[in-house]
Design a protein around this ligand. Structure first.
Ligand code: ATP
Ligand code: MG
Length: 898
């Protein structure tokens, strides 16, 4: 079908070049963690361009193309079972913002897919291409015929569910057209994508944004308000899917960027991928899960995710643990990630050099999680054993569902592991009971997610309030207190007549002094009083432009929706803290640029009273000297007591002024607000609240510098009183250490260094003593030799002894069995779940026809291992420590029959 195999890197380059030649600006992939309240991870190429599609910002180009990193958590369960789903994948996309539309999109896609490779295309056979269109989209059908020359029977109509795109919220929407490649009759029945999505593989989705939606209830249930003023194109082509077709593979786990991990896993486990036989298929899925999850974990950690118990961190934890767990199921018990992750890095590093430069951090995060999981498995095993013995004592044979659930929920113990261990112990598990509890938990999680989503999604109710009353008179810059009238009172998104004490709801006022969260500054705290009571303000947001909404809890009385007059009061302490932190952020930013140069540019920030953090594009970790210098420059700026001022101007004026603006922030088209500190020293577009003079920030204490993924660093600092308290705490710690170690503060580092050295020496000494003790057991073992058929036999189990110790001891005992009679020493050590066996024979025993290698081989199967060696000395090992007695019995039998 293809002319020649293309590597993933080649496909990616061809895609970008194809669209660059056709007037598109090449935009680098955004981080997987791009800020979007509705998304855990970037899951499509269009996500970074959302502000343009939503009309919130004017795009700097009319055509763009990118290869975007994507993660789809919903596809986790599909991995390895279908041929086409990865949790991580790359989406090649081309985008038009009010420029070309259906005809251009179809033409460009067709050219890339079918042009010969010698002309820069992908070289697919045009006769194998199928497309789908929305039944009523006559235009798309027309262009597929006129531009691509596709016959009617390969243009399949498919309904809204498959072929209509929207964002799940009011905004742009439109029909899609998907491109499929026929893999041939060996992969499924005839009949096009509608009949079989495995034989007909979707590689590319073209979205034609043409309508404005006023309400969205489901993928196929929405209201169209009218045509979009300017029509857009958004497309997504799965790089991995194209790669597997063009590399002649069966699925996306066998392509050049993924398969090497499977190869490594084969080497480690000794199992074969693609082996036929009963276990073959199950094992194949395990191999694919390992390869997919290792790669996705690598990419997530690369972008700054760390394992945790919720949100993004939980997804990463699940991926890492599933990878480790599947390696164990493949029979590999040792730490797997140090073997597998570097393989994935070597493959992905070519396109994502930050994986190479950030490798130490990535490896550390991943390996620590595997260690933790191994401990979990150990702890879980104890809990399991306890449950098993309780069940047995009560005369039952089934482990109850809630015990299995607790193992899963509390210890992260996967159910398949519980099932397996129960089977080994001759017990069963109440699986239906377990599944019931699991599904209840899942329902709870879903309800949670729905509730969260609702908060962002349903802006219609706020639009109505805005339309009826006009924008909120917003006085955060002028005053901390206002007399206000209530315009709307909502609870769970619906208007209510009153809020009772303790209830939480949303309150809209005609005017407010409260700062609504934006530009990295958190919302103000404070109270709103009414006749007969008060509410505390929990949060303040602007869900639609121009409307300020307070989230409040009634602390006293009952708040009526038609209260005559309200008194809104921002907590002044809170606000001064917020101003200090926000001005501090600008000052740290300016200091950063002074020390590192103008390429260090803020990529995100967050500040609340007393605390600030600033993310900025920078490849390497800052040295302690650089950090100290930044802190110094910032504090010098405070001491210089620079004036802080702000001014409204047009965006182009602001640019002329050199004001720094951030991608992703939205500003009114007319006037922007520029905040300056010390004149041109710091000029930024900013809507936040600031101090009047830099000295009012009090102090800037840098508390941390860290990586937040691909080419991004984070600097954290404390301001004002919080900064002083931090330093005071450190002083106290130093004081306590001085007392404890009876040393002057300046001598502390040297003293602790000495202590660490001494500790190491003591550990060495203890190890020596341990060995001595072990060896001193040799005499007792030799005395306990039994006579078996005229041979003096020592066959013993040694708990806590590893391979090296066992060997030392075995030869020691043999040396103690002096005399001419045959002597055989076989010792089996059990440590860390592993068995180590050593056999040592004297000459007389060998003369009897006994050989150490044979004895080890006789015992090894019981240890689930192997081994061998010479006639006088042999050793081996295994992974099963439960049948050591049988192994020793086998040795005794072999000696007896010699
Ligand atoms: P499918 O129906 O096969 O799951 P989709 O309809 O969810 O795919 P889109 O949302 O249209 O896919 O995404 C655009 C393109 O991205 C697809 O045509 C496909 O090539 C690719 N893609 C989507 N999901 C994945 C995935 N999990 N792994 C690899 N590629 C994917
Ligand atoms: Mg699709």
């Amino acid at each position: 079908m293809n002319e020649r195999h293309l590597s993933s890197a080649e496909i990616r380059n061809r895609f970008l070049a194809h669209f660059e030649q056709r007037g598109h600006t090449v935009v680098p992939s955004a981080s997987l963690l791009l800020d979007d309240p509705n998304l855990l991870f970037v899951n499509a190429g269009m996500v970074p361009f959302k502000p343009y599609f939503l009309g919130q910002e004017t795009p700097p180009f009319r055509r763009a193309t990118s290869v975007q990193k994507c993660v789809r958590t919903l596809d986790i369960e599909e991995v390895g079972k279908t041929t086409r789903h990865g949790t991580f994948f790359q989406m090649n996309g081309n985008f038009s913002f009010g420029d070309y539309f259906k005809e251009g999109a179809i033409q460009y896609a067709w050219e890339l897919v079918t042009n010969p490779q010698s002309e820069g295309g992908l070289g697919f056979d045009p006769d194998l291409i199928w497309v789908t269109v929305l039944p009523e989209d006559d235009e798309a059908r027309h262009f597929w015929k006129s531009v691509a020359g596709l016959p009617d029977e390969r243009i399949q109509p498919r309904g809204l569910k498959d072929n209509y795109w929207n964002m799940g919220v009011p905004g742009p929407g439109g029909p899609c057209s998907e491109i499929y490649v026929d893999r041939g009759p060996a992969y499924g029945p005839d009949g096009g994508p509608d009949a079989d999505e495995d034989r007909f593989l979707e590689i590319w989705n073209l979205v034609f944004m043409q309508e404005e939606l006023s309400a969205v209830r489901a993928k196929d249930d929405f209201d169209i308000a009218g045509p979009l003023p300017s029509k857009n194109i958004d497309t997504g082509m799965g790089l991995e899917r194209v790669a597997y077709l063009l590399q002649g593979k069966q699925n996306l786990y066998e392509i050049d960027t993924v398969f090497p991990v499977i190869e490594k896993a084969m080497e480690l486990s000794g199992k074969k991928y693609g082996a036929s036989g009963a276990d073959g298929h199950v094992d194949d899925v395990r191999f694919r899960v390992v390869a997919d999850h290792v790669r996705s974990s690598l990419m997530l950690i690369g972008d700054g995710v760390t394992p945790g118990n919720e949100g993004r961190g939980y997804v990463l934890r699940r991926l890492l643990r599933r990878a480790v767990r599947n390696m164990r199921l493949l029979g590999y018990q040792d730490p797997a990630l140090p073997e597998l992750l570097p393989v994935s890095r070597d493959r992905m590093g070519e396109s994502y050099p930050e994986l190479v430069s950030g490798w130490d951090r990535i490896a550390q995060v991943a390996y620590a999680e595997e260690d933790a999981f191994r401990k979990t498995l150990q702890a879980g095993t104890q809990i399991f054993d306890l449950a098993a013995s309780e069940v047995r004592e009560s005369g039952a044979t089934t482990i109850p569902g809630d015990r299995a659930f607790a193992l899963h929920d509390t210890y992260g113990f996967p159910i398949d592991l519980t099932l397996e261990m129960a089977a080994e112990a001759g017990l069963s598990v109440d699986e239906p009971g377990f599944r019931q509890l699991m599904s209840e938990q899942r329902e709870r999680a879903k309800a949670d997610a729905r509730a969260k989503k609702g908060q962002h999604a349903d802006t219609a109710v706020y639009r109505d309030i805005l339309d009826a009353n006009g924008p909120t008179e917003w006085l955060a810059y002028e005053t901390l207190e206002t007399e206000s009238r209530p315009l709307a009172l909502l609870r769970e998104g619906a208007a209510v007549g009153a809020l009772a004490t303790g209830e939480i709801g949303e309150l809209v006022l005609d005017r407010t002094p409260f700062y609504a969260e934006s530009g990295g500054q958190v919302a103000d705290a404070g109270v709103i009083e009414f006749e007969g009571g008060a509410v505390e303000v929990l949060d303040v947001q602007r869900p639609v432009r121009g409307l300020v909404v307070h989230q409040v809890r009634v602390v006293d009385g009952e708040l009526p929706a038609d209260a005559a007059l309200l008194h809104a009061r921002v907590d002044p302490q809170w606000r001064i803290g917020a101003r200090q932190a926000h001005s501090g952020t600008h000052i740290v930013h300016a200091a950063l640029r002074e020390v590192l140069g103008p390429t260090a540019l803020q990529s995100g920030s967050y500040n609340r009273p007393g605390y600030l953090r600033l993310d900025f594009g920078w490849l390497n970790a800052l040295s302690p000297d650089q950090v100290r210098e930044i802190e110094q420059v910032a504090n010098n700026a405070l001491r210089a007591d620079l004036a802080v001022a702000w001014e409204y101007m047009t965006l182009s004026q602001a640019k002329d002024w050199g004001a720094l603006a951030l991608f992703g922030e939205t500003y009114d088209d007319q006037k922007v607000r520029v905040v300056e500190i010390g004149g041109p020293w710091s000029r930024e577009l900013c809507g936040g609240t600031h101090v009047d003079h830099s000295s009012q920030v009090g102090t800037v204490v840098v508390t941390g510098e860290s990586s937040v993924g691909s080419g991004n660093r984070r600097i954290e600092a404390l301001t004002g009183v919080e900064g002083f308290s931090y330093l005071a705490r450190e002083r106290d710690v130093v004081g306590q250490l001085s007392t404890l170690l009876k040393a002057q503060p300046d001598d502390l580092v040297g003293r602790v260094g000495d202590l660490v050295d001494r500790l190491k020496q003591v550990e060495k000494e203890m190890e020596r003593i341990r060995l001595q003790q072990l060896l001193s057991g040799g005499a007792a073992l030799a005395e306990g030799a039994t006579d078996v058929n005229g041979v003096r036999l020592v066959a013993q189990r040694l708990d806590g002894a590893g391979g090296g110790d066992v060997r030392t001891l075995a030869t020691d005992v043999r040396a103690r069995l002096t005399g001419d009679a045959p002597a055989v020493v076989v010792l089996v050590g059990a440590a860390d779940g592993k068995a180590a066996i050593v056999a040592a024979l004297n000459d007389a025993a060998q003369a009897r026809g006994l050989a150490a290698g044979d004895l080890v081989r006789a015992a090894a199967p019981f240890l689930d291992g192997k081994g061998g060696g010479k006639a006088d000395l042999a050793q081996g090992g295994g992974t099963d420590v439960t049948r050591i007695d049988e192994a020793l019995a086998a040795v005794t039998a072999a000696v007896a029959s010699a």
